[in-house]
Write a protein that binds this ligand. Structure first.
Ligand code: ADE
Length: 230
């Protein structure tokens, strides 16, 4: 299989790149794409830069230009569910865009006409992840992830996102990447390890836990790649 692995930040992709014996690079559309092999699969890796627009560019190029069979997103998120502690893993069942607001025209928050409020991820990739988690003895949470072009560092905003979308975690790229994959018909999986809990201490926690949480997510993604059929 040809598998894309994406992150938003260099720190989210670096622990994966370290595991490739060798790779080539290709610069295109403001990104560096790293191509190599792992676990008997062809891989293409990139970090997009932060946010919905940059992540949509990277995911689109991966789908259109690299002919990928699946896209796995690895990175960190702010936890909403009180069950999620820093370092815990969540896979998205579905994702939404919490910052979309055309409520003035009678639409619900997050909804764009001819789109859907929630975009689901690939059920087969989710079941594979559940099996991998059992084998590794790791707790893997499954829930709704809300995406927006905001670093959320406020209990009020976090509660609003929870109440409006029933979201368990939030971040800044998963919803756009899932939307791109959905439109290209590419199976998508979004995994995040919690770096902070999106409250008043979020920016300090993010700085403190970005690297360790990114590594937790990356390790799990590599285990999934090992288990993917050829
Ligand atoms: N990614 C990790 N933590 C985040 C937060 N608090 N807000 C948005 N994206 C994040």
């Amino acid at each position: 299989m040809k598998i894309a692995i994406m992150g938003a930040m260099r720190e989210e992709i670096a622990p994966i790149l370290e595991h490739l014996e060798s790779y080539k690079t290709l610069e295109h559309a403001g990104n560096i794409f790293y191509t190599g092999h792992y676990g008997g699969h062809e891989l293409v890796l990139a970090y997009s830069k932060i946010g919905k627009v940059f992540s949509a560019i990277t995911a689109s190029v991966m789908c259109e230009r690299f002919g990928i069979d699946a896209l796995l997103f690895s990175g960190v998120a702010g936890g909403i569910s009180p069950e999620l502690k820093i370092g815990d893993l969540i896979m998205a069942s579905q994702l939404c865009q919490h910052d979309v607001d055309i409520v003035a025209f009678g639409h619900p928050y997050g909804f764009i006409p001819e789109g859907t409020l929630m975009v689901p991820t690939d059920p087969a990739l989710r079941s594979l992840a559940s099996e991998v988690a059992i084998d590794m003895g790791i707790d893997l949470y499954e829930g709704i992830i809300a995406t927006g072009d905001q670093f959320v560092a406020s209990s009020e905003r976090k509660s609003w996102i929870h109440e409006t979308f029933n979201a368990d975690a939030l971040e800044m790229e998963g919803g756009s990447v899932a939307c791109v994959c959905h439109n290209f018909g590419v199976p998508c999986f979004v995994l995040r390890a919690i770096s902070d809990t999106a409250n008043g201490e979020a920016s300090e926690d993010f700085d403190a836990f970005l690297q360790t949480s990114a590594a937790v997510s990356a390790t799990f993604i590599l285990a999934m790649v090992h288990r993917l059929g050829h």
